[in-house]
Structure formats: structure tokens, C-alpha cells
Design a protein. Structure first.
Length: 192
């Protein structure tokens, strides 16, 4: 969804789900049936740089950075979904991805968004702490706000880590990723 939001703002976009080392991630963003190719497109038409399942995510990021530079892309999105903050090796992968991106593109990563489900309780605070240590989180995306969950955990995260909430997800389509509206969130939090 983030790729689609940015396609209109960025003329040349390279979208990279580095977690395409995991087949489920690639299946979530790519139009099927599509024969696997190292560069394919997402459901919203954004090019994807991917490797076969089991590849080193940092190698995928390296290749995506190279592709973005050669294509003179305005934006490179890296999706590292599917990581547990309690798995040390996965958190180390994030730190490595950050180093590779920074080496390949000066100042990268320029934004690191942590996506949390609104149904996540206080475990979300622990996740935010660990992901901020490993990946340098700079903002939050709160998803699954279309159900009964209120996402109150972000209050603790914002207070402790001073991370801004950038977007909220209220569904599963490209148009369902909205800019965060603090006033609307506060009203929804206290309303029945």
C-alpha cells in the first residue's frame, strides 16, 4: 500500500520487499500468476526486486539499492515484514540491512516505519523498543483499525519513544492506508 501511495508522488519507484526471501511476503505484494523473475511488479504496478526464497535479505537490499540507483528512482521501499522482536538473528538481519542500505545510498534509510496491528497490546511497546534499537524506527503505522481494536498501545509507544504515527490502515486495499489524524484517533479511542 505504501508503494501505491508514493507512485503518484514519485515518478520512478522501486519497491523492494526484502522479505521476499520468504515466499509469503512475495505472494502478498505480487500479482499472481506471475512466473518468478528477479524484477517483477506489485499488484499496484510498482517494480519489485526480489530473490528466490531463502536468499539473504541484505543481499536483496543491496541489489535493490543498485537497481534504484541505476534506474534513478526517486524512492526505494524496503519491506522486512515477518520478523519477531524476540528472535535475535532476525533483529541482527535488520541491523545488517540498515548498514547495507546506508553504505549503498548516502543517508539511507531515510525513514523506518514500524507496522503494528491495532490489536497488539503492550507487547507492541516491547516490539517498538527492540525494532527501534535494531532498525532505527522513525515512525509508526497502525493497521487493522477497521475492526473493534482501538490501538491504544501507540499512546505508550509515542510517550516512551517519541515516535510519530504516520499512517493508519483501515482495510486491505491501497486506498485504505490513510494519513494519521490525531484528533480522529483520540475521538475513536474514547467513543463507544
Amino acid at each position: 500500500m505504501a508503494a501505491a501511495r508514493n507512485v503518484s508522488a514519485a515518478a520512478r519507484t522501486t519497491d523492494l520487499p526484502s522479505a521476499t526471501a520468504r515466499a509469503a511476503s512475495l505472494a502478498a505484494v505480487v500479482v499472481f500468476p506471475v512466473p518468478f523473475t528477479p524484477t517483477t511488479r506489485t499488484t499496484c504496478g510498482v517494480p519489485v526486486v526480489a530473490h528466490r526464497p531463502g536468499a539473504d535479505p541484505a543481499a536483496v537490499v543491496h541489489d535493490a539499492c543498485t537497481a534504484a540507483k541505476s534506474r534513478k528512482a526517486d524512492l526505494l521501499l524496503v519491506d522486512t515484514a515477518g520478523r519477531l522482536h524476540t528472535k535475535h538473528n532476525l533483529m541482527e538481519e535488520l541491523a545488517k540491512i540498515r548498514r547495507i542500505a546506508g553504505r549503498e545510498i548516502p543517508g539511507a534509510p531515510h525513514e523506518v516505519l514500524l507496522v503494528l496491528d491495532a490489536v497488539t497490546g503492550l507487547n507492541g511497546l516491547a516490539q517498538a523498543r527492540e525494532f527501534t534499537k535494531s532498525a532505527g524506527v522513525t515512525g509508526l503505522v497502525l493497521t487493522k483499525m477497521d475492526g473493534t481494536a482501538k490501538g491504544g498501545v501507540i499512546l505508550a509507544i509515542v510517550r516512551e519513544l517519541a515516535l510519530p504515527v504516520r499512517y493508519v490502515g483501515v482495510g486491505e486495499t491501497v486506498d485504505d492506508l490513510l494519513d494519521f489524524d490525531p484528533a480522529a484517533f483520540a475521538r475513536a479511542l474514547v467513543d463507544d
